[in-house]
Design a protein around this ligand. Structure first.
Ligand code: XMP
Length: 310
């Protein structure tokens, strides 16, 4: 594929579609939304408003890190605090699809709609990629960012039009475009992190307390496994509990699962054979977290498992 030509075409198409109106896009710091941000910025300059939605589901220090990185590239990003709205929408929900739907609704119907009203933007630039569309249409998973392909008309439902410059690419293609655009390795080499963020790493209800546990476990796993250069590594908080002994006392504590996978495009994946010493160290650090007394390493490939637990 001729990536420089692809970039030129997409910039032209964004310009043509948006005309003299304003557009908005949400940056998460992932490679997809980062590429869309740069394409949109090159096409529209200050007609594009880029926001980072702090949904309370992000990793340690992530919102500030992403905003800072883009401001260094000359792209201003507004940090929007929507923590309360997301936690409220997720309250009491345990079903994976209901959780995804609650996140989708809060993103598009509540937060974006309000931002669109405030900014007068007519268009939303979106980092949807081909795999998102295929998996949603096939009923494998409802990706949070799929609307038109499953019969939702964003113009009618939410009051804005959606532009999806990456809809023909898979993850590896997006990374190539990111490199051609000159994005730093911190973004082009970043491991995939799902849109619904840490909510996909919590089986059962998403609460502030459970988010704090999985956020801390995620930081440990990412720090310990970065050097593996694996496709993706993550921690998951289970709903089950198990008995353990902490400070001489029996407790019914939480269980964290660690996953580390080789993959090219996330359609299939194989577990990485981690050294015993590495596994032991991760286990020791994770079980030192409050209320966690077990850490498991998941050896299941995709298929039959998926990468995430919800
Ligand atoms: P699964 O769990 O289906 O995940 O094997 C495949 C890849 O997609 C990521 N993933 C998501 N990304 N929104 C996203 O942007 C989502 O709802 C979502 N669900 C899964 C996952 O991290 C893996 O890389």
């Amino acid at each position: 594929m001729d990536y420089p030509a692809f970039i030129k075409e997409q910039i032209e198409e964004i310009k043509r579609t948006v005309g003299t109106h304003r557009a908005i896009n949400a940056l998460s710091g992932g490679v997809d939304s980062s590429v869309v941000t740069v394409l949109g910025h090159r096409a529209l300059g200050n007609q594009l408003i880029t926001v980072f939605i702090e949904n309370g589901l992000m990793r340690e220090g992530e919102p500030q890190r992403v905003v800072h990185l883009f401001s260094e590239m000359g792209i201003p990003v507004r940090l929007i605090d929507a923590k309360r709205e997301f936690l409220e929408a997720l309250k009491g929900l345990t079903d994976p699809e209901e959780k995804r739907n609650a996140i989708t609704r809060t993103f598009y119907a509540t937060v974006f709609r309000r931002l669109i009203e405030e900014t007068g933007a007519r268009f939303l630039l979106h980092g949807t990629i081909l795999t998102d569309i295929e998996e949603t249409v096939a009923g494998i998973k409802r990706q949070h960012n799929i609307l038109a392909q499953i019969g939702i008309d964003p113009e009618k439902e939410y009051g804005y039009q959606v532009i999806e410059p990456l809809r023909t690419l898979r993850k590896d293609g997006v990374r190539e475009v990111a490199k051609v655009l000159g994005l730093p390795a911190e973004i082009t080499e970043r491991i995939p992190f799902p849109g619904p963020a840490l909510a996909t790493r919590i089986v059962g209800e998403v609460t502030e307390e459970r988010l704090a546990t999985i956020r801390a476990a995620t930081a440990i796993v990412e720090e310990e496994l970065r050097e593996t250069k694996a496709f993706q590594y993550l921690a998951v908080l289970l709903r089950d509990r198990a008995t353990g002994i902490v400070n001489g006392k029996r407790e019914f504590g939480q269980i964290v699962v660690v996953r580390c996978l080789h993959s090219v495009d996330a359609r299939t994946a194989l577990p990485v054979e981690l050294p015993w010493e590495k596994l032991r160290r991760i286990c020791e650090r994770i079980t030192a977290l409050p209320d966690v007394n077990r850490c498991l390493y998941d050896l299941t490939p995709k298929p039959p498992a998926t990468i995430e637990y919800i």
